[in-house]
Design a protein around this ligand. Sequence first.
Ligand code: SF4
Ligand code: SF4
Length: 62
Amino acid sequence: MAKIVFIDENLCIGCGKCTELCPREILYIDSAAKKCKVSDEAECDRLAGCQHICPTGAIRIR
Ligand code: SF4
Ligand code: SF4
């Protein structure tokens, strides 16, 4: 399956806005790295709410 959720860890500041918003609860903050990660992206609705809410433009949904 093609990749859907792209997170640029160089841009992510670990703010958690995307993880709070995600209706499928597939985004989470890696507590060690303090970066956003994706669990099961097959569950992604592709509506890109996370992409729009991210203050640093770290997320792209394809
Ligand atoms: S597009 Fe929607 S379902 Fe997919 S990761 Fe972003 S907020 Fe979650
Ligand atoms: S909203 Fe953006 S900066 Fe904040 S945790 Fe998510 S990907 Fe990282």
